[in-house]
Design a protein around this ligand. Structure first.
Ligand SMILES: Cc1cc2nc3c(=O)[nH]c(=O)nc-3n(C[C@H](O)[C@H](O)[C@H](O)COP(=O)(O)OP(=O)(O)OC[C@H]3O[C@@H](n4cnc5c(N)ncnc54)[C@H](O)[C@@H]3O)c2cc1C
Length: 421
């Protein structure tokens, strides 16, 4: 039983941190909960930043995890706009804020998330070069897209991942000209592989997005501080008024590393290494959300998952583990995306090289289908596109780890629930 005199500190005011705080109180913890975040905004959800909020369809208020008053009502000591810059694991303190305030912890949760990777090319200091991680970035980008749409301006996006594509869709809705530069032969190649990556390329081309595959940005050309063009390593030059760097995110591990906590190797996506109960190499320190690398027994691997559902569920799981409850965090990874009128959900993990075929159930031409990534009959991942309420049976199929009849898998008349049992 956890003592009411104890203090639990959470570093990182994102979804994982806020949900962990909520869970501590929901589970009856009566000790101190200190939540420290370096952003000035209350904890918010990031998915709308490249979708509804960017498009002006979702209000600013709608993105917050809790109402501002919720923190005081739940006796959460919230320190916003304050960076934790050191952890002393012997004294069990964290140091934060400009005045170096020390807070003692009995248990500590690292929920420091990730930060956008920066382009390492000339011209990134120009005013028209953007990243998208924070609410303030989205606010700025919203104005940029509206202006580009109004003036027939060009946006070059470096990176054809989820954020690059979602912003491409938003930019087209504003009426901007969009070129996506991507080193792989399709967008989303590293997650979906070439088969389904091609489907997303077609979707965007139909909406007027231009792709330049097999190339990297080498320079952003400017004049008088403004972007003029983006050059690629094959010598092409794309006109640009603004450039978005959407080349992935890196886990914010500096604090953990300086504190001597074990990190996962880069081959597994880096991050703070935790066990199945989300506990780090220090038994009083936990990590959850984008920053944590956890063992995923289902796939016999260790993974760092940069998705909303992992923050939503990982924060609470870590909170329960901090309270001494038995936790085995072994969820099927899940994420979603919306682009134009295409909505999708993806469950599982099947990067290129791990599967041997993609089985389609439904009509890929009409973009109403489920794709399954299969290895020797075993379903590793499933993505439902404009088909809804199938996540549960898809995840059950993945979790069953048994081979299924792929003809039946492809047949929409065979209930998914009858497979893999
Ligand atoms: C634009 C965008 C769109 C997305 N869309 C989707 C989507 O459609 N579907 C999906 O599944 N996922 C999506 N994601 C991913 C999802 O938002 C993340 O997985 C989720 O935000 C991770 O939550 P987190 O709490 O782990 O980290 P974060 O949200 O990054 O929060 C960590 C917080 O900790 C703060 N921090 C870091 N270090 C310190 C420190 N030393 N001291 C104090 N504070 C610190 C950070 O500034 C940040 O506020 C999207 C992400 C972005 C950026």
């Amino acid at each position: 039983m956890v003592d009411a005199d104890q203090t639990f500190v959470i570093v990182g005011g994102g979804l994982a941190g806020a949900k962990a705080a909520e869970t501590l109180r929901a589970e009856g913890f009566t000790g101190r909960v200190i939540l420290i975040g370096d952003e000035r905004d209350h904890p918010y959800e990031r998915p709308p930043l490249s979708k509804g909020y960017l498009l002006g369809k979702d209000s600013r208020e709608s993105v917050f995890v809790h109402e501002p008053a919720w923190y005081a009502q739940n006796d959460i000591e919230l320190h916003l706009g304050q960076t934790v810059d050191a952890i002393d694991r012997v004294a069990k303190t964290v140091r934060f804020g400009d005045d170096g305030t020390l807070a003692h912890y009995d248990k500590l949760l690292l929920a420091t998330g990730a930060e956008p990777r920066r382009l390492d090319v000339p011209g990134t200091d120009l005013a028209g070069v953007h990243h998208l991680r924070r609410l303030a970035h989205a606010e700025r980008l919203k104005g940029v897209l509206a202006a580009l749409g109004r003036d027939n301006g060009h946006l070059v996006i470096a990176g054809g991942g989820w954020i690059g594509l979602e912003v491409a869709a938003a930019a087209r809705e504003y009426g901007a000209e969009v070129t996506v530069v991507e080193p792989e032969p399709t967008p989303l190649h590293g997650v979906l592989g070439p088969e389904l990556g091609a489907l997303f390329a077609d979707l965007h081309r139909e909406h007027g997005v231009r792709f330049h595959f097999g190339a990297r940005l080498t320079e952003i050309v400017g004049q008088d501080g403004m972007v003029l063009a983006a050059r690629t390593d094959d010598g092409e030059e794309h006109p640009a008024h603004d450039v978005l760097a959407a080349i992935g995110a890196a886990p914010r591990t500096a604090l953990a590393e300086a504190a001597g906590l074990q990190l996962a190797d880069r081959a597994h996506g880096g991050g703070v290494a935790v066990d199945a109960s989300l506990r780090t190499s220090d038994p009083d320190v936990y990590a959850a959300g984008d920053v944590a690398s956890f063992p995923l027994g289902l796939f016999d691997t260790r993974l760092r998952v940069e998705h909303w559902a992992n923050a939503l569920n990982g924060g609470p799981a870590a909170a329960r583990a901090m309270l001494g409850k038995a936790v085995a965090y072994d969820r099927v990874p899940y994420f979603f995306s919306d682009q134009y009128d295409l909505g999708m959900e993806y469950s599982g993990w099947a990067p290129p090289g791990t599967y041997d075929e993609v089985v389609i159930r439904g009509d890929a031409g009409k973009r109403e289908f489920i794709a399954f990534w299969v290895k020797e009959g075993r379903v590793l991942a499933g993505m439902n596109v404009n088909v809804w309420d199938v996540t549960e049976p898809i995840q059950k199929l993945i979790a069953s780890r048994t081979a299924v009849d792929t003809e039946a898998l492809a047949d929409p008349h065979v209930p998914l629930e009858s497979l893999g049992v």
